[in-house]
Design a protein around this ligand. Structure first.
Ligand code: KIV
Length: 271
């Protein structure tokens, strides 16, 4: 059983969660609906991310570029209705924060009103004006750098980033700029272990890694990956269950019982 939490997870408590200060690693997992939010809550995670990866994992798209603010608000509201105690962070989808700061704040406010307590956006120093505008509107922001899935076309695929010294220094500068602008934590995705370590050491706010090695201040995995709902998963994923197999076996057993007449049994009938 997970340990009972002594205090709710808040933005300030996450901001303070540096492992070098003795804080245990942060645990973040995605959830896109009320049942998965309840599971994440019961498991005692620190942060629920309503990720734009809902596009690939639930909505059947090949990338995250197709989800809208309305889609994200719909899924954020479903998560919030479960009243989970972990901090709820919602992804700002592609093109909802790229053009103007006023539009960024308005879109983030839609996600906050849907039930998020903070938003996450992708990109480095180029996003500083958006982060500052969100901070001015009292909307906490989590950064996301490295392999940023919304940049899939610009990156030419989902490739490990910051492999050279120059690229690693640029990424470190990006994370510093995000933290200075007010980000309370930064997701590091798809970077070599040494880059994860170097950035984590250099930042005052926690890093949350996904494919960024063991030295980050926390780790995040996608719910559907860790539970084995997706057929193929990247190298950095550990599958803790094979629920697609278990679900297929259960539905097959139901189908067989219906076809043989074994379902419903007398106990499953209203008399
Ligand atoms: O949308 C998502 O699932 C994410 C994680 C990969 C961090 O942004």
């Amino acid at each position: 059983m997970p340990e009972p939490r002594s205090a709710p997870v808040t933005v300030p408590s996450v901001r303070r969660a540096k492992r070098r200060d003795g804080h245990p690693p942060l645990v973040m997992v995605t959830a896109y609906d009320a049942p998965s939010a309840r599971i994440a809550d019961a498991a005692g995670v620190d942060i629920i991310l309503v990720g734009d990866s809902v596009a690939n994992n639930v909505l059947g798209f090949d990338d995250t570029l197709h989800v809208t603010v309305a889609d994200m608000a719909h899924h954020t509201a479903a998560v919030a209705r479960a009243r989970p105690s972990p901090l709820v962070v919602a992804d700002l989808p592609w093109m909802s924060y790229h053009l103007e700061t006023t539009e960024t704040v308005r879109n983030a406010a839609t996600l906050i009103r849907a039930g998020a307590e903070a938003v996450k956006l992708e990109g480095g120093a180029v996003r500083v004006p958006m982060v500052e505008a969100l901070m001015a509107a009292e909307i906490p922001v989590m950064g996301h750098v490295g392999l940023t899935p919304q940049s899939v076309n610009a990156m030419g695929g989902y490739r490990v980033q910051a492999r050279t010294d120059d690229a690693a220094s640029a990424l470190a500068a990006d994370t510093k700029a995000l933290a200075a602008a007010g980000c309370f934590a930064v997701v590091l995705e798809g970077v070599p272990e040494r880059v994860g370590r170097m950035v984590t050491e250099s930042l005052e706010v926690p890093t949350i890694g996904i494919g960024a090695g063991p030295d980050c201040d926390g780790q995040v995995l996608v719910f559907h990956d860790l539970l084995g709902f997706n057929q193929s998963t990247p190298k950095f994923v550990r599958r803790y269950a094979e629920l697609a197999e278990a679900a297929t076996a259960a539905v097959s057993a139901f189908a067989a019982d219906v076809r043989s007449g074994a379902f419903p049994a007398d106990a499953e009938v209203y008399h």
